[in-house]
Structures are given as structure tokens and as C-alpha cells.
Design a protein around this ligand. Structure first.
Ligand SMILES: [Zn+2]
Length: 304
């Protein structure tokens, strides 16, 4: 495939527009999925409209990033201030696509996994940040997809694809390789995520907390925890395996404490302040995906 032989910067330029358009759809998901009314959760057939005045948005005002710049951040019909989140999500998704061939070998399964995971994290970060919720309709399919993506390497372990290395040379890598690798270049593959590691990751991430939560509800006859965070851990476990999932939980909890404790002291709150934990998990994931092995080895070296 000639497309796969293009140097990364050219692939970046080709991918960025797709990222901007997907980011625009990401804004639709972020706005509509947390809605109460089922009709308002329609993300497929309902046309884009201004949340301020319900006016339909003209196609040329709906162009990712540029539409917002052209309108100077205001609805053309009513002047409703379009939140900065809209261009930000488009920009982040565009950057995700543009950066992808630099950190994952373009055209391989792990590249695809990186894009899906990255886009899902952008959407979930903002649904959790703005509405304190992580929609099931995204997280359950992600669990299934994470496990399914471990299967191709079983049936086609030898399939190869050409990719550019950092030194401007073509090299061949396994198309369906599925493991982790350190950023920024992909010379050293981590072992692939097996279907077993994926299933264990999903079960430990969600199944165990769900069981504890159910027991708690029976014993205390009260509402348990919000399970959205655990569902997020479950699909991250299905994507990257159980061990990185635990790393994400650890780094996410550390980030949450680093932000939450000063915030509690500042507000003198009584521990009732709710933090969107999904946001911290979303930030922790790339840290572990790219640097998890280095962090773990560093930790073991420090312990010894
Ligand atoms: Zn409007």
C-alpha cells in the first residue's frame, strides 16, 4: 500500500482534516449524550442547532475551527456565546490525528486503537467535566471493542506493513500488533495485549467494583457509588490490559489527590466536593500508554 509508505508529516497533513471533522462530531456527542430526554440524545439524524436560540446552523458556519473563528465565537442568529470548548475539542481531535503517525505506526492496529482511545478520552473528559457523567452508550461498546481488537493478532500474527521510522527509513512492523510502546518513536514494542489480559482488565475494572457496589446496596439498602469511573477503567483495561489499567488508576488517583486536596482546603469543604474522576483517568491514560513501562522500571530501580 503506497499510502502507508508516505512520510509521517505528509500523513499528518492528510489526517488532520478528518480529525477536525470528527472533533466537530465529538462536540455533538458531548452536548447531546448527557441530555435527559431520549429525543435530545439523538446524535445521528438531528441537524446542528444553536443551544441558545435553536436556529439551524448554516453549513459554512459549521466548518470545524474556522466556523468558530469566522463567527468570532458567537451564534450568527442570536449572539449566544459559543463556549471555548467547541473549538478546543475540534483542535484537540485534529492534533490527535496529526500526531498519531508520529507515535503509532500508521496503518497498524495499534494506530487505530490509539485514535479510538484518544477520541473517546476527549469526549469523556468533557462530558465528565461539564455534566459529571460518563455515558454508558459510549463505554459499553468500548469494552467490547477493546476485547475484539485483541483478536486479529491471533489469526494474522505474521501480517506486515511498511512504516517510517524516526531516521527517515522505511521499516516493517506487525500490522496487528496491539501492545504499548514508548513515545516518541516506535522502535521498541511492548508485548501485545492478549485477549486474556484484555478480559481480565475489563473484569477487574468493572466487575469487581460492581459486585462490591451491589453488596453495599444490599447491606446498607442505600445508593452505591456512581459506576461511570469503573466502566471507564473497564474499557481502558480491555484496550491496554489489566496492568496498564491499574497504572492508569494509580496515576489518576494521584492527580485527583493533587488537585482535590488543595481545593478542599481552599473551600474548607467537608469532603462533599465531587471531582470528575473521569477527567483524571483521561489525563493519566496517555502517561501510562507512552511512559508506563519507563515509570514502572524506574520505580523498581528506586525500590532496589
Ligand atoms: Zn443562537
Amino acid at each position: 500500500m503506497a499510502l502507508f509508505d508516505l512520510p509521517p508529516w505528509m500523513v499528518s497533513l492528510l489526517l488532520a482534516p478528518f480529525g477536525l471533522v470528527l472533533g466537530s462530531f465529538g462536540n455533538v456527542l458531548i452536548h447531546r449524550l448527557p441530555q435527559e430526554e431520549p429525543a435530545d440524545r439523538n446524535v445521528i439524524t438531528k441537524a446542528s442547532h444553536c443551544p441558545g436560540c435553536k436556529a439551524k446552523i448554516k453549513p459554512w458556519h459549521n466548518v470545524p475551527l474556522f466556523g468558530w473563528l469566522w463567527l468570532r465565537g458567537k451564534c450568527a442568529a442570536c449572539g449566544w456565546k459559543i463556549p471555548f470548548r467547541y473549538p478546543l475539542v475540534e483542535l484537540l481531535t485534529g492534533l490527535l490525528f496529526a500526531a498519531s503517525p508520529w507515535v503509532f505506526p500508521f496503518g497498524t492496529l495499534i494506530w487505530f486503537k490509539g485514535l479510538v482511545c484518544g477520541f473517546a478520552l476527549i469526549v469523556l473528559f468533557f462530558t465528565d467535566f461539564t455534566e459529571m457523567m460518563l455515558p454508558d452508550v459510549l463505554q459499553f461498546p468500548l469494552m467490547v471493542l477493546g476485547v475484539l481488537l485483541t483478536l486479529p493478532q491471533i489469526f494474522r500474527p505474521e501480517a506486515l506493513v511498511n512504516v517510517w521510522s524516526g531516521q527517515n527509513t522505511l521499516l516493517q512492523t506487525l500490522t496487528f500488533h496491539n501492545g504499548l510502546q514508548p513515545a516518541p518513536a516506535y522502535h521498541g514494542f511492548e508485548p501485545a495485549v492478549t485477549w486474556q489480559a484484555s478480559l481480565i482488565g475489563m473484569t477487574v475494572g468493572y466487575g469487581v467494583p460492581a459486585l462490591v457496589n451491589q453488596l453495599y446496596k444490599w447491606i446498607r439498602k442505600a445508593d452505591g457509588l456512581g459506576m461511570g469511573d469503573f466502566k471507564m477503567l473497564a474499557w481502558l483495561g480491555a484496550f491496554w490490559g489489566w496492568a496498564p489499567m491499574l497504572g492508569i488508576l494509580f496515576v489518576g488517583a494521584a492527580l485527583g489527590a493533587a488537585v482535590g486536596v488543595p481545593l478542599m482546603l481552599l473551600r474548607r469543604s467537608n469532603g462533599q466536593t465531587m471531582l470528575p474522576f473521569g477527567c483524571f483517568l483521561a489525563v493519566a491514560t496517555p502517561v501510562i500508554v507512552f511512559f508506563g513501562r519507563a515509570l514502572w522500571l524506574g520505580y523498581l530501580g528506586w525500590m532496589a
